[in-house]
Ligand binder design. Structure first.
Ligand SMILES: C[S@@+](CC[C@H](N)C(=O)[O-])C[C@H]1O[C@@H](n2cnc3c(N)ncnc32)[C@H](O)[C@@H]1O
Length: 329
């Protein structure tokens, strides 16, 4: 049988066109099947248009590819930074205030019950996945620090070593850019740290565009914020969902116990290859962004209606949901 290559190309073109115009849920499903079948970008009936091969310029362990199959929009400029940038010197802390455990260098702290670091927050298992403790009211993790007796091979050093699961940035139908996984990510696995400029809260608010601002948790002082707009890594593109598959924890490994400035994102369930990674921005973010309509497509979405008044059914549902979330953290 002879194959008419022109006809094949035409079929590929119309498939690509169909896929491009399909609703997001259909696209997500197609993306998953493409990944399962091992289809590469730019292969036959691939509809992926890679516009940047590695946004991180080699900073990450994997290339951060940027894909736009939707329109001609390009990324707005920002500085790629895989660590927070502390221009105001807010994180210059005396070393003696750093937490430390007295474990020995030939054990992994997660294997003992006597490690002070592991005892003060949520813990990792032997694969480096988080075992979240619902009683931990600050959603915090205390990793071992440079003053600890253990070595860098200790299993209680995960987020400090950086992101390991490959991800890519893609243009969504209705939420601007988003992040999706290029591999399955197990429950509890570390995805990435939310990086950016470290700012006092007073500077983060005001006239600044706060769409990319994350407030960190300080337990005994003024809060600081991380602004991912001028500088940040791939996590700055993570969108909100009312049914998220990832969760934020505050992690400590180089500062005193009461200051939880590393904002780290972990899988909250198994994330399938090709699935968009989402977190819950929280009711306070949505309260301050009345003009934004949530496009998460979740059937029980809490913010899909215009929220001109802070009353009504959807607001009550949002607050009830937030109370539940806060209780479970
Ligand atoms: C931290 S940025 C996330 C990346 C962003 N989508 C982009 O293109 O750069 C937050 C902004 O993304 C958009 N966004 C995130 N989640 C959304 C959602 N569920 N529905 C609608 N817009 C969303 C909003 O414009 C929000 O201000």
């Amino acid at each position: 049988m002879s194959i008419d290559m022109d006809q094949l190309d035409a079929m590929g073109e119309s498939f690509a066109q169909l896929a491009t115009n399909a609703p997001q849920q259909v696209k997500d499903r197609i993306a998953k099947y493409r990944y399962y079948c091992g289809l590469q970008h730019n292969s036959f009936f691939s509809f992926s248009n890679v516009i940047i091969e590695d946004l991180s310029n080699g900073c990450e362990r994997f290339p951060v590819r940027v894909i736009n199959d939707m329109d001609k929009t390009h990324l707005s400029a920002f500085k790629y930074a895989n660590r927070v940038i502390d221009e105001h010197g807010l994180l210059n802390l005396p070393e003696d205030e750093l937490a430390k455990c007295s474990c020995s260098s030939n054990i992994s702290c997660i294997e003992t019950d006597s490690c002070d670091c592991c005892a003060s927050g949520n813990r990792y298992n032997s694969k480096g996945y988080l075992i979240a403790d619902p009683q931990n009211e600050f959603s915090s993790i205390m990793e071992c620090t440079k003053l600890c007796g253990c070595s860098m091979l200790c299993g209680n050093r995960v987020a400090q070593k950086g992101a390991t699961f490959p991800i890519e940035i893609f243009r969504t139908t209705a939420k601007g850019w988003g992040v999706r996984s290029r591999a399955g990510i197990p429950l509890g696995a570390f995805i990435g740290e939310y990086t950016g400029l470290v700012l006092p809260e007073s500077l983060a608010n005001g006239d600044r565009d706060d769409s990319y601002v994350f407030e960190t948790k300080w337990l005994d002082d003024q809060p600081i914020c991380i602004d991912g707009k001028p500088a940040g890594n791939f996590t700055r593109f993570i969108n909100h969902s009312c049914n998220p598959n990832a969760k934020v924890f505050n992690v400590n490994w180089d500062h005193k116990k009461s200051q939880l400035y590393h904002v780290c994102i972990y899988a909250d369930r198994f994330i399938v290859k090709g699935e968009e990674i989402t977190i819950n921005y929280g009711s306070l973010w949505w309260k301050s962004k009345n003009e934004v309509i949530c496009k998460c497509d979740y059937e029980n979405c809490l913010y899909r209606e215009v929220r001109t008044e802070q009353t009504g059914q959807s607001q009550e549902r949002a607050e009830a949901q937030t109370d539940l979330t806060e209780q479970s953290q």
